[in-house]
Write a protein that binds this ligand. Structure first.
Ligand SMILES: [Zn+2]
Length: 114
């Protein structure tokens, strides 16, 4: 399988990301983290889940759906980010380090209304 490389934020990413962001997955370039020496296994696992989501959504559809879902949920919820299906799947499973070995494709779908 196509495995992501873990790298530190580039100066550009540091400039555009909110200060509280500690990691971001940008398929096909890799997983980018704020501090490569301090990043937790949980964060890497979380970003690896996003990597799989992005691959199965052919990258571009991941961003379209992520954005559309965020805009829609912002109208109805206080914390739209934590209620995004991609984030719910990742946050619900990022401490399960065997998750990706057993995950079914498009597993995020069940988190859309959940
Ligand atoms: Zn996430």
């Amino acid at each position: 399988m196509f495995e992501p490389k873990v790298k530190e934020f580039t100066p550009f990413l540091k400039g555009i990301l909110f200060k509280n962001v500690i990691g971001i997955t940008l398929c096909p370039f890799g997983i980018f983290v704020k501090d490569i020496n301090k990043v937790s296994h949980k964060t890497i696992n979380h970003e690896n889940i996003h990597w799989q989501q992005q691959l199965e959504m052919l990258i571009v559809f991941f961003y379209i759906l992520y954005f559309v879902e965020w805009v829609i949920k912002m109208c109805f919820m206080k914390d739209a980010y934590m209620n995004l299906s991609f984030e719910r799947e990742a946050y619900n499973n990022d401490i399960n380090f065997d998750y990706l070995a057993t995950r079914k494709p498009y597993a995020w779908i069940k988190y859309i209304f959940h």
